[in-house]
Design a protein around this ligand. Structure first.
Ligand SMILES: Cc1cc2nc3c(=O)[nH]c(=O)nc-3n(C[C@H](O)[C@H](O)[C@H](O)COP(=O)(O)OP(=O)(O)OC[C@H]3O[C@@H](n4cnc5c(N)ncnc54)[C@H](O)[C@@H]3O)c2cc1C
Length: 365
C-alpha cells in the first residue's frame, strides 16, 4: 500500500475540500471514504444547502462565507455553474431580536451587501410571505443555494482528475491523519467526543408548487430563514419542490443505522407552518423528503484541532447544521495549518468545546 504524507478520512464537504487544498499545495494526500463522496448517510449528502453571510455577531463566519462564495463561484464556473444558484435570502425577525440587529451591524463592519425591510416592503417585494405587521427582514442579495451532494462529488472528481488519490474504504497509510468524519467523529473517538459532538436527526420536506407557477422558484423566490419559528427553506431548485426544513435539534442518532424514512409528524409540522407563512401552499402535495443529521457542538463552533494524545492525528468537524457553505474555506484553513503551521483560532479548539447540553434544541445560527 503506498504511503502518503496525509490521509484525509471522510469525503464530506470538509474532507473533500481539505484534501483538495493539500493536493493543490503540492502535498501527497489520499482522500478516503467508507461509503463514497457525498453519500446518502453523510451530512453533505442532501440535495441543497444555503450559503448566507449572516451570523449575528460571529464575524469570523460572515467573513468565511464571503470568501467561500468567491471560491465556490470560481470553482463551479470552471466545472458546473448549476451547482451554485444565486437566490438571495430573506431572514425574518421579530422586533428587537438581538441576532438580527447584530447581523446588520456585522454586515456594516464587513461591507456585506444587504437591505433591511419592514413588513410592507417585504410584502411588496416578495408577496409569497405572510407575516405579522411588526416583522422585519434582512435581505442578502448574494446568498445562494448550493447543490450539496453533487457539489462534493464534483470537488472529488475534479481533484482526482488533477492527480489526487481517492480510496473507498476506512483506512490508508500516511504520516498524518485528518479525521473529517462529520457525525461519525463521536463513534470513532468516543472518549474525547461522545459528549462534545452530538448528532441529531433532522427532517427535510419537499412540497409541490402549483402547475406553471414561477413564483416559488428563483429569481422570484429566495431562500429564507424564519428565526423565531425555527424553520427555513429553499425555493424550488431543479424542479425538486419547495423545501421546508425544521431547524430544531431532533433526537440523538447513529448515522450508520438511522432510518431515512421521513416522519409523518415532520410532514404535519411543515404543513402547519406553510399554512401560516405561505398560505398559497397550504394544500401543496408532499413530494419527497430527506432525513439527515446535524453534528452539533454545544455552541455551533466547529472543531479544528490536533488530537491531544496523538501528535499525527487531526480532528475536523462539528458542522452543527451550518458547515456546508464553509467547505472551501475550511479546506484552505486546515491545509495552511497542516502545511505551514498557521495558527488556528482558539474558538475551534477541543478545549473550547463544552459538553453538549441535551436541552439545546435551537439552531446554532
Ligand atoms: C438537513 C440539513 C440541512 C443543512 N443545511 C445547511 C445549510 O443550509 N447551509 C450550510 O452551510 N450547512 C447546512 N447543513 C450542515 C452541513 O450539511 C454540514 O455541516 C456538513 O455537510 C458537514 O460536512 P462534514 O464533511 O463534516 O460531514 P459529512 O458530510 O457527514 O462527511 C463525513 C464523511 O466521513 C465518512 N466517514 C465517516 N467515518 C469514516 C471512516 N471511519 N472511514 C472512512 N470514511 C468515514 C462518511 O462516510 C462521510 O462521507 C445542513 C445539514 C443538514 C443535515
Amino acid at each position: 500500500m503506498p504511503k502518503y504524507e496525509f490521509a484525509v478520512i471522510g469525503a464530506g464537504v470538509f474532507g473533500a475540500w481539505i484534501a483538495r487544498a493539500l493536493h493543490l499545495r503540492g502535498r501527497s494526500v489520499v482522500l478516503v471514504d467508507q461509503y463514497g463522496p457525498g453519500n446518502s448517510r453523510a451530512s453533505s449528502g442532501g440535495e441543497t444547502r444555503i450559503l448566507r453571510m449572516g451570523y449575528g455577531a460571529k464575524e469570523i463566519y460572515t467573513r468565511w462565507s464571503w470568501r467561500a462564495l468567491q471560491l465556490y463561484r470560481e470553482f463551479y464556473a470552471d466545472t458546473d455553474p448549476t451547482l451554485i444558484q444565486t437566490t438571495g435570502i430573506v431572514w425574518l425577525w421579530q422586533p428587537g431580536e438581538q441576532t438580527g440587529l447584530d447581523t446588520v451591524r456585522t454586515f456594516e463592519n464587513c461591507a456585506i451587501p444587504h437591505g433591511v425591510l419592514n413588513a410592507s416592503e417585504l410584502a411588496e417585494r416578495f408577496g409569497q410571505f405572510h407575516v405579522s405587521p411588526d416583522t422585519w427582514a434582512i435581505w442578502e442579495p448574494d446568498a445562494a443555494a448550493l447543490l450539496a451532494r453533487r457539489g462534493v462529488q464534483t470537488v472529488v472528481r475534479e481533484s482526482i482528475k488533477q492527480g489526487m488519490a481517492f480510496q473507498q474504504g476506512t483506512s490508508a497509510e500516511a504520516d498524518v491523519y485528518v479525521y473529517a468524519c462529520g457525525p461519525w467523529l463521536p463513534k470513532l473517538f468516543p472518549e474525547l467526543l461522545a459528549d462534545r459532538i452530538h448528532p441529531t436527526r433532522q427532517d427535510v420536506l419537499y412540497f409541490g408548487t402549483p402547475s406553471g407557477d414561477a413564483s416559488w422558484r428563483p429569481p422570484a423566490m429566495p431562500c429564507w430563514i424564519d428565526s423565531a419559528a425555527g424553520v427555513y427553506g429553499i425555493p424550488d431548485i431543479e424542479n425538486r419542490g419547495f423545501k421546508v426544513a425544521l431547524d430544531k435539534h431532533g433526537p440523538a442518532i447513529d448515522p450508520d443505522t438511522l432510518s431515512r424514512e421521513v416522519s409523518n409528524e415532520a410532514v404535519a409540522q411543515a404543513r402547519e407552518y406553510l399554512a401560516l407563512r405561505f398560505p398559497a401552499l397550504r394544500d401543496a402535495p408532499f413530494l419527497q423528503g430527506e432525513v439527515c443529521q446535524y453534528e452539533n457542538t454545544f455552541n455551533g463552533d466547529y472543531l479544528i484541532d490536533r488530537h491531544p494524545e496523538r501528535e499525527n492525528v487531526w480532528l475536523v468537524g462539528g458542522g452543527s447544521g451550518h458547515g456546508y457553505k464553509h467547505g472551501p474555506v475550511i479546506g484552505e484553513y486546515v491545509a495552511d495549518a497542516l502545511s505551514n503551521g498557521t495558527a488556528i483560532d482558539p474558538i475551534f479548539s477541543l478545549a473550547a468545546k463544552a459538553r453538549y447540553d441535551s436541552g439545546t434544541r435551537k439552531s446554532t445560527i
